[in-house]
Write a protein that binds this ligand. Structure first.
Ligand code: PEP
Length: 265
């Protein structure tokens, strides 16, 4: 038991994977595991983030699970509403399809797809205005870590969006995911001690920004797998995981969710 009153979140980021038939099979296997050994919603929130064209299909597959499993968008447009923005999907259109959760600021979008601070602020503003819960991702590069800048970088990334988040939104619509870039998809995980140390700093920083700081879920991401989930889940300020590769295997994803749920029992 971690003693935390924050219900953990375990979210699978499928990235640009997999093909539709595999995705449906994956959801079915995950639902079967939940049926064999249920994980209470009071012990762990669970979500999966499929590619955008699969969001509503996966959501309807998940509707028959024996508990709520959120469908999470991997991205959102920086434009609101509807209009002449070819290729974009706004927060309003996501919520129109009952998609209430979104990832913003993933390092792959920051590094490969041009999501600069101003764009992230626009995305954040519209997602929050549409009532979505945002999983905001932060994390330092290997170079920044080696230069001793990890803490400064992640705190700056949080400050970057602070001007567009109200006190009520911090309280009810924000989850933070700390994902050191050097640990994403590399098999290298931050040690539980290193991850906890940064999470504690993030917690401190959040408490300076908002009275809700102590209650915001802080997820760790970066090569989380069943083998390291129990140790990570035991850390006081790690309230869940954002899982890439291991979320493409139903059994692994289930075991990670179970590891976090067990901290609440
Ligand atoms: C991610 O992309 O958010 C992630 C953490 O990936 P992985 O678990 O594969 O490192």
């Amino acid at each position: 038991m971690s003693g935390s009153t924050i219900i953990p979140w375990v979210v699978g980021n499928w990235k640009m994977n997999p093909q539709q038939s595999t995705a449906i099979q994956l959801v079915q296997q995950f639902k079967d595991l939940l049926k064999q050994q249920p994980i209470s919603e009071q012990h762990c929130h669970i979500g999966v983030a499929p590619i955008s064209i699969a969001l509503t299909r996966i959501q309807s597959e998940l509707a028959s699970a024996n508990r709520a499993v959120a469908t999470v968008a991997q991205d959102v447009s920086r434009f609101a509403g509807t209009g002449a923005y070819t290729g974009e999907v706004s927060a309003d259109l996501l919520t129109d399809s009952q998609i209430q959760y979104v990832l913003i600021g993933h390092s792959e979008r920051r590094e490969l797809l041009g999501d600069q601070v101003e764009i992230l602020k626009q995305k954040m503003t519209h997602a929050l205005q549409a009532g979505m819960t945002v999983i905001y991702c932060v994390g330092e590069s290997l170079e920044q870590r080696e230069q001793g800048q990890a803490e400064q970088v992640v705190l700056q990334q949080i400050c970057d969006i602070a001007s567009v988040v109200s006190a009520e939104q911090w309280q009810s619509q924000i989850v933070i995911a700390y994902e050191p870039i050097w640990a994403i998809g590399t098999g290298r995980t931050a040690s539980p001690e290193d991850a906890q140390a940064i999470h504690a700093k993030i917690r401190e920083g959040l408490c300076q920004i908002t009275p809700a700081g102590a209650q915001i879920a802080l997820l760790y991401g970066g090569s989380v797998k069943p083998e390291n989930a129990v140790e990570l889940a035991a850390c006081a300020d790690i309230n869940g995981a954002l899982v890439g590769g291991a979320s493409l295997n139903a059994e692994s994803f289930y075991q990670i969710a179970q590891a976090f749920a067990q901290t609440q029992q």
